[in-house]
Ligand binder design. Structure first.
Ligand code: SF4
Length: 106
């Protein structure tokens, strides 16, 4: 094996190690981007269609303990105050919110 081949192999190895080392930062960037999505307005037609409210305690149809934070469609991290919902792409919902499409987590 020549010196040039060894150097190229080392360079490729370093590039792979750097890519693996940066993966957590890339995942963090995705979370930051998701956190900057606009909050869903309760007045939006799509929100009204499913009776979305920002406080589940004010929703007559909400079962005790049901909120966006406990919904299968909620994509915010544990302990978040708001996060993405699969029902409303491009918007975030309040973790304390609720809508008539609430589904239990499996
Ligand atoms: S589908 Fe679930 S997470 Fe989305 S707004 Fe309704 S209750 Fe909240």
């Amino acid at each position: 094996m020549s010196a040039a081949t060894t150097l190229a192999a080392r360079r490729r190895l370093l590039q792979r190690l750097l890519a693996v080392a940066l993966l957590p930062f890339a995942a963090g960037q995705r979370r930051v981007r998701a956190a900057t999505a606009p909050l869903l307005s309760v007045d939006a037609p799509a929100a009204k269609a499913v009776k979305y409210v920002e406080d589940a305690r004010r929703a007559p149809g909400a079962a005790p303990g049901s909120s966006c934070a406990t919904c299968a469609l909620y994509q915010g991290p544990n302990g978040s105050t708001q996060g993405p919902c699969q029902l409303f792409p491009g918007s975030e919902v309040k973790a304390a919110g609720w809508c008539s499409s609430w589904a239990p987590q499996m």
